[in-house]
Structure formats: C-alpha cells, structure tokens
Write a protein that binds this ligand. Structure first.
Ligand code: NAP
Length: 299
C-alpha cells in the first residue's frame, strides 16, 4: 500500500512502512491517485489531490483539522493516537501550572538579566499551590492524568464535562460553577463544534481575580481575544501551549509577564512521539492486512 507521510515521524517503527514517500502536503501540486494511506499530524486532508485515499493515520489524538465528516462520507478510514500521549501532556500541563503560578519564567529572565545582585530577592511573591483548587475541564484520558498528578500537589480537584463520572479523582461541577470556584483551570476537551469558544468572554469573567488558566488542549476552545484582554488587564495568569492560529501567537501576549507560552509541546517527549509512530504504523499494517484498526476514529 502506497503511504504518503508529511514528515519522517520519529522512531524505529517508521522504517516498517515498506512503500512510503515523505512529502509535505504543500508540495503536492497535482493529483496523486496512487496514494492509499496518508500520515498527517492533524492537518487538513487535500482530498482533491488524493483521489485514491483509503486511510488517514493521524499522528495526534485530536483530529479537529482533518475534515472528519467529509472523510467519513467518502468512506476513508481514520485512526489517531490516544492514550500514549496522556502522561506527557499532563506533565506539560503541570509544568505550565507551576511556571505560571510560581513565576519561573520571570525569575529566569531576572537572573539572566544580571539584576539579581542582593541576597534578598524582592518581589516574585506567588500564590501557594498546595491547598488551592484545580478545575479540570474534560476529565478524559489527559484530564485524569492531570488529576492524578494534582493529588501529589495536595490540590482540591473539581471537574466539568458533559457526563458526570463515577470517580474519586475530583468533584463534579457544572462548567460555570467550576470556573467560579477554581484557582487554576486546565482545559482538556477535544476541539469540536460544541467546544469551539467554550471558554468565552462571559466565562472568563467568572474566573477569580488572580486565577490561572492553562490550555494544553486546543487554542480555539478559548476566545483568544477575550483571554488576551483579561491578561493585558493583569487580572488573570495563564500557561498556554496551544493557540487559535498556530504558529501565530497574539503579539500582546509576548509582552506580558503573567503568561507562559510553549509551542504546542504537549506530546513532545522522545518516548511519547516514538510511541505515537508505533500506533500510526500498527494502524497502517492492520489496515493493509484487512484487520480492524487498532485505534479507529469514528464520527
Ligand atoms: P478524551 O479522553 O476524549 O477526553 C475528552 C474529555 O472532554 C472527556 O472527559 C469529555 O467528557 C470532555 N468533553 C467533551 N466535550 C465536552 C464539552 N462540550 N464540555 C465539557 N467537556 C467535554 O481526550 P484526551 O485524550 O484526554 O485529549 C483531549 C484533547 O487534548 C485532544 O482532543 C487534543 O486536542 C488535546 N491534546 C493536545 C496535546 C498538545 O500537544 N498540546 C497533546 C495531546 C492532546 P464528556 O464526553 O462526558 O463531555
């Protein structure tokens, strides 16, 4: 089966693909009817250029940019990479919580600037993490991994999602109540029509003064302009790994001390990225054999 991969995805499993061409989608100038399987990292699939496509093996758990409805309508199978990236993404979430709350990036810049010249550091006082309340929006695979880490930090955990769960990991609240009762809010829902703009200006206004918003899910889940306005006013803090128009980050954010930004690094550990390649290849090999996909995406 002819496979087109938009880059050489990391790890030894990639070498198990026998007939693979590595090429960015932007380099496709004319239709390629020979391509039957496509490996992308949540990129729009150019169906007009790939008329023979039968499988999209998505190198990401989120599949919001693929054009999933059209793929389903055309009978193109889709797989993703759930689970293996939950720990890495939860770790990054906590890194952002700690960095944003404890002013680590500001402190780093201060030391590098040479301004630290006395044995008593003025300023940089932060809010204690222990005993504060973490609100998790979406207690799925990653949300649960964040909740487990929160126990070690002695946080009280609230969660919101469409369906309350039988869980000891946190107390259920409706979303508005969670926003009003949390010191830190971390977003872990997929991007879907129902979650686009879920955290809008009205909901941002429900957050407590000094609260910290962390987003390692998708930028479009938050009204980015409204968030920027709240951050410019200094009322909130934030740790952001994702943005509405990546790789573009609102210029105002880059001037602010109360925001920590990372370039979509949630799954970016060597072990996780290699495990994602393993799942992508396993899905392609299963499809080739005529077996069920290992991690199918269903609409
Ligand atoms: P998951 O296991 O499917 O969990 C999603 C959670 O969101 C569920 O608890 C779900 O519960 C909840 N949810 C869905 N719709 C909701 C709504 N309208 N309001 C409130 N909660 C809602 O997904 P996951 O594996 O944890 O991944 C979550 C997302 O993280 C991915 O889709 C991806 O976009 C993002 N991600 C980002 C990175 C990164 O590099 N930054 C890495 C990995 C993943 P209910 O169905 O009960 O509502």
């Amino acid at each position: 089966m002819k496979v087109l991969a938009t880059r050489r995805y990391p790890g030894p499993a990639f070498d198990e693909l026998v007939d693979v061409e590595v090429r960015a989608l932007s380099e496709l100038k004319s239709p390629r009817p020979d391509v039957e399987a496509l490996v992308v990292a949540n990129e729009p699939v150019p169906l007009d250029l790939l008329p023979g496509l039968r499988l999209v093996a998505n190198y990401s758990v989120g599949y919001d940019r693929l054009g999933i409805e059209e793929l389903a309508r055309l009978g193109v199978a889709v797989s993703n990479t759930p689970g293996v990236l939950s720990a890495a993404t939860a770790d990054l979430t906590f890194a952002l919580i700690l960095a944003a709350r404890r002013r680590i990036v500001e402190g780093d810049a201060y030391v590098r600037s040479g301004k630290w010249t006395t044995d008593w550091t003025e300023g940089f006082l932060a809010e204690e993490l222990t005993g504060s309340t973490l609100g998790i929006v979406g207690l799925g695979r990653i949300g649960q991994a964040v909740a487990r880490r929160a126990q070690g930090f002695e946080l009280r955990v609230l969660y919101a999602q469409r369906t309350p769960a039988e869980t000891a990991l946190g107390e259920y609240r409706d979303l508005d109540t969670l926003l009003a009762q949390s010191d830190i809010v971390s977003i872990h829902t997929p991007l879907m029509p129902e979650t686009r703009g879920l955290i809008d200006a009205r909901r941002l206004a429900l957050l407590r003064d000094g609260a910290c918003l962390v987003n390692t899910a998708r930028g479009e889940i938050v009204d980015e302009a409204a968030l920027v306005a709240e951050l410019v006013s200094g009322r909130l803090r934030a740790g952001l790994d994702v943005f509405a128009h990546e790789p573009n980050v609102p210029a105002e954010l880059l001037q602010l001390q109360n925001v920590v930004v990372t370039p979509h690094l949630g799954s970016a550990t060597r072990q996780t990225r290699e495990a994602m390649t393993r799942i992508v290849v396993d899905n392609i090999l299963a499809f080739e054999r005529g077996d069920a996909l290992v991690t199918p995406v269903t609409v």
